[in-house]
Every structure is written in C-alpha cells, then in structure tokens.
Design a protein around this ligand. Structure first.
Ligand code: NAP
Ligand code: MG
Length: 496
C-alpha cells in the first residue's frame, strides 16, 4: 500500500515543507502501519503561512460574524457526515478506542454548532457617558493573525476549541498540530475548506514543536498564541511570546483527584474511577490520577477496583472489544514505567499492572498495563507529578477536611470530583477545591463545550476555552460618539 503524503495548507494551497522533509505518522497499536507522511516544517514555512494569514485578515475581518458562523454550521454538518471515517483515522493515528474518537469528532461538531451561534452574539456593552449628548460603547474586535498549538490526545476536539472561536471572532489562523497526530487536524480543516472557508483564513503548518511551533511563537506578526500541552512547554512558550508582547492562552497539565467519602454510592464511584483513570489510556489532561478513599470504604473499594482493572482488555482501539488502547508513543511508555519505579521506590504498593506489554501482537505497538498503586502518600512524587498514562494512585484519608487538603496539595488545578450523598459536603467541596472544574458524583473527565474549560495554578494562566474562548480571541475597543457639536472635556467640563 502506498503511504499518503500530506502537505501544509498555506494561502489555500497544499504545499510541501520548504525543506521537502517529512515526518512519519504511525499507528501506535502497530508501528508498521504508517498513516501518512507529514511536512517537517520550520521557520520559513511559518513565515509563508503568516504572510498568507495576514493577507486573508484584510477581508475576513469584514465578513459579518453571522456569516462566519454559517461556515461553521456547514463544517459541523460535514463533520457529522464524515464522523465515522474521521474517528477511524483518529484511532489509527492516536490509538484511543473508537467510541472515544467518535466522541472526539462529536465534540468538534458540538463546538461548531455552539460557536456558530456566537456569530449572532459577540455582545459588546453600552454605558451612559458622564457628559450630555455623548454615547459610549465597547465593541469586540478580532485580534488579527493567531497561532494555535495543540497536543495529540484530543487531535480534533482541541483544534476545534481554538479554531472555531478564533474564526467566528474574525481572526485568521495558523495551526501547528502535534507531531504524533496531524491527520485529525487536516480532517477538521478539510471540513472547513469544503464548507467554504476562504483561502488563507486557516493555514496548517505541520512539524515539530522546536521547529514550526517555536517559529510561530516568535513571529512578530502573530498577535496571540493559544497553546494546549504540558506545563513545561507552556512555560517556555509564554516566556518566548513575552518578547513580542503576545497574549498567550495556556491550557496545561493536571493531577486530578476523585474523592470517595464513606457515604458514597460505591458502585457509582467505582464506575467513575475506572472510566476516569483508564479512559483514553489515562492520557487526558482531566484523567483521574489520584483516588482519595475515606478509611471506611477504602479496603472494599480497593479490592473491587483492582479486580475491575484486571478485567480491562488492552488492545488496538480499532477493535470494538478493546477497553484500553495503546499509549501514543514509546516515550510515554518510558514515562509510565519511570513513575511506577519511582512510586515503588518511595514505598507505594503495586496492586496490579506496572509493565509495558510486549508479547505477541502487543510487540507491534506501545502498550502499557492498566496500573493501580496502593498505599500512596500525598507527599510522594507519584501523587504530585503528571504521568499521562494508565497509572492511578490510591490515597487513604480519615476526614473530609483532610481529603480537601490532599486534593489541593499539588501544583496543578484542573479537574476534581467528589462522590457523596451529603449535600453540605458537596457544596463545601465546590467552594474549597482549587480547580477549574469540579464534578459531584461523576468522574473527573467529561467536560461539555459550552462551559468554561481550564484550570488554576500550574494548569493555566487565567484564560478559559469553551465559553471563555471568545474573550481570548477578541480585544475590546472603547468607542465614544459626541453629538453635542461642541468640545466636551471629560473630567474637566463636567467637574464640580
Ligand atoms: P507538549 O509536549 O507540551 O506539546 C504540546 C504542543 O506543543 C505540541 O504541538 C508540541 O509539538 C508543541 N511544542 C513542543 N515544544 C514546543 C516549543 N518549544 N515551542 C512551541 N511549541 C512546542 O504536550 P503533549 O505531550 O502533546 O500533550 C500532553 C500534555 O498536554 C499533558 O501535559 C496534558 O495534561 C496536556 N493537555 C492539557 C489540556 C488542557 O486543556 N488543560 C488538554 C489536553 C492535554 P510536538 O508535537 O512536535 O512535540
Ligand atoms: Mg501517530
């Protein structure tokens, strides 16, 4: 079978990288299955894309926002038609099971329809002027050319969270997808192109973070950067962007806790913990990586949780019977291994899993056993640092107050969950958990597109995606219209 070669999209044309170099995109369940060759772009390619986006901005900003929204509706309808194919492409390049990649495409569809409606809102404000016969209002304006940098774990949903609000707000975009999963971004952008998006409004520059990504961050004509990825790279991106005063939206790592109190519905808590910990092979920013168990139910929960974990079927995400797909690449396997060793070295108990799977069909890809560590203390590295794999820690506590303290004792603050029937504790937790998202009686994963998405502390820098994205992709203009026909000096002519 011939391997398809994909090009960058620049100014409406598909072109190879200036260097002609390519990067292989492989199936993590079977490395001999090459999904495609993608351009290994660098600064020169980014410069072409920025020039194309700058040119397209001249006209795109003048397209009425409701019309921009209509293109998103058409793109959403195309994504609906192509959902199954795009889900299969995504499982092949990224690994997670088909039910989840269908969900990932669905999230882009939901985002298209949600954000399309924003084209008829984009509300500003009016306010009384302090002077007579003067009108005051504030308007949302596009930012200009924006750079979007995305990770591999939600290869279509996350690009859609950035592209759609940026577009409806009147910006033109350059997107740099993750090296491991560019195809899903291509599919998403193809739907936009087929929906009638004019050339140059969205440009794709594929390539490494240090090549294409860094060039995008540093380009003087890029007016803002929206980044999702690790806290380490996010910190670097923010520092580089500061040199040209670019606003940066950072959505980064998590170390999310599910707290289970003695009075919880244990069945429900177990279902939630299993899905939260091992959905997407633990490779979600909101994945459950700490399960905090109150003493009264800890032993029973642990026994049952370990038994259920052992029953999970690991395999290719393309097979319907698979519960847990591969990890995206061998470096993620190394990280999972490393953290199991660190945890055991610090005194945690390996209750199940803990190893890469390398026999038989597993040898073709990058698989890791669903892993549960018991006896974990809040101070251990395994309880504080992000693994981003199918590795979860069980931590026991005595009082509700201790659980909140442990949940908050880390640098991250993305998602949290509490299982209880006690409404007073539920509301206390909603108030006191330091996180951008809190679930009651539901797992730490499962965000919906029309709520604010993001976190506090090292998870983010104060911006939000979802309902918060328009705030990042627009800038305010204050407008004063004086219809008095005379010079009126604010703070002077109207002062006592
Ligand atoms: P990553 O290594 O930080 O990479 C994210 C993106 O940044 C990729 O496109 C990467 O390119 C690029 N990049 C790397 N170095 C760069 C540089 N010097 N300048 C500009 N761009 C650069 O993260 P990942 O491994 O793809 O994703 C996993 C991480 O994302 C986890 O920490 C997870 O928690 C986080 N995440 C957060 C959210 C959220 O919304 N809070 C959602 C999903 C994931 P390459 O692909 O070439 O490395
Ligand atoms: Mg791949």
């Amino acid at each position: 079978m011939t391997i398809p070669t994909y090009h960058n999209l620049i100014g409406g044309e598909w072109r190879p990288a200036a260097s002609s170099k390519t990067i292989q995109n492989v199936n993590p369940a079977d490395h001999s299955d090459v999904v495609g060759l993608f351009p290994a772009s660098a600064a020169e390619d980014v410069a072409h894309a920025v020039a194309a986006a700058k040119k397209a901005f001249i006209t795109w900003r003048l397209v009425p926002a409701p019309k921009r929204g209509e293109i998103l509706i058409r793109a959403g309808l195309l994504l609906q038609q192509r959902k199954e194919q795009y889900a299969r492409d995504m499982t092949r390049e990224m690994g997670k099971v088909l039910a989840e990649t269908r969900g990932d495409v669905q999230e882009a569809i939901d985002e298209a329809f949600y954000v399309a409606g924003e084209g008829r809102r984009l509300f500003g404000h009016t306010t009384p002027s302090e002077l007579q016969n003067k009108f005051a209002m504030s308007l949302r304006m596009p930012v200009g050319v924006v750079g979007l940098i995305t990770p591999w774990n939600f290869p279509m949903a996350i690009p859609s969270w950035k592209l759609f609000p940026a577009l409806v707000s009147g910006n033109t975009c350059i997107i740099k997808p993750a090296t491991d999963t560019p195809l899903s971004t291509y599919n998403l952008v193809q739907a936009l192109v087929d929906a009638g998006l004019p050339p140059g409004v969205v440009n794709i520059v594929s390539g490494s973070g240090s090549g294409a990504g860094a060039a995008l961050v540093e380009h003087p004509d890029v007016r803002a950067i929206s980044f999702t990825g690790s806290s380490e790279v996010g910190s670097h991106v923010a520092q580089r962007a500061a040199a040209t005063f670019k606003p940066v939206s950072l959505e980064m790592g998590g170390k999310n806790a599910q707290i289970v109190l003695d009075d919880a519905n244990l069945e429900l808590a177990l279902d939630g913990a299993l899905w939260g910990s091992f959905g997407t092979t633990g490779q979600r920013c909101t994945a459950t990586s700490r399960i905090l168990l109150q003493k009264g139910i800890a032993a029973k929960f642990t026994k049952e949780f370990v038994a259920r974990t052992r029953k999970l079927k690991v395999g290719s995400g393309l097979e319907e019977a698979t519960d847990v797909g591969p990890q995206v690449n061998s470096s993620q396997i190394e990280t999972s291994k490393k953290y199991v060793d660190i945890a055991v070295g610090e005194g945690a108990k390996l209750l199940t899993g803990g190893h890469a799977l390398t026999e038989g069909d597993y040898s073709k890809g990058t698989f890791f056993e669903p892993t549960v560590l018991g006896g974990v203390k809040a101070t251990m590295r395994i309880a504080r640092e992000e693994v981003f794999g199918p590795v979860v820690s069980l931590i026991e506590f005595e009082t509700f107050e201790q659980a909140i303290e442990i949940a908050n004792s880390i640098d991250y603050g993305l998602s949290t969950s509490l299982y209880t029937k006690d409404v007073n504790r539920a509301f206390t937790a909603i108030r006191d958990l330091e996180a951008g998202i809190t679930y009651i009686n539901a797992p730490t994963i499962g965000a919906e597109v029309h709520l604010p998405f993001g976190g506090v502390k090292h998870t983010g820098n104060g911006h939000r995606e979802g309902s918060g994205a328009i705030d990042f992709f627009t800038t305010w203009k204050a407008v004063y219209v004086d219809y008095s026909d005379k010079l009126q000096r604010a703070q002077i002519d109207n002062a006592e």
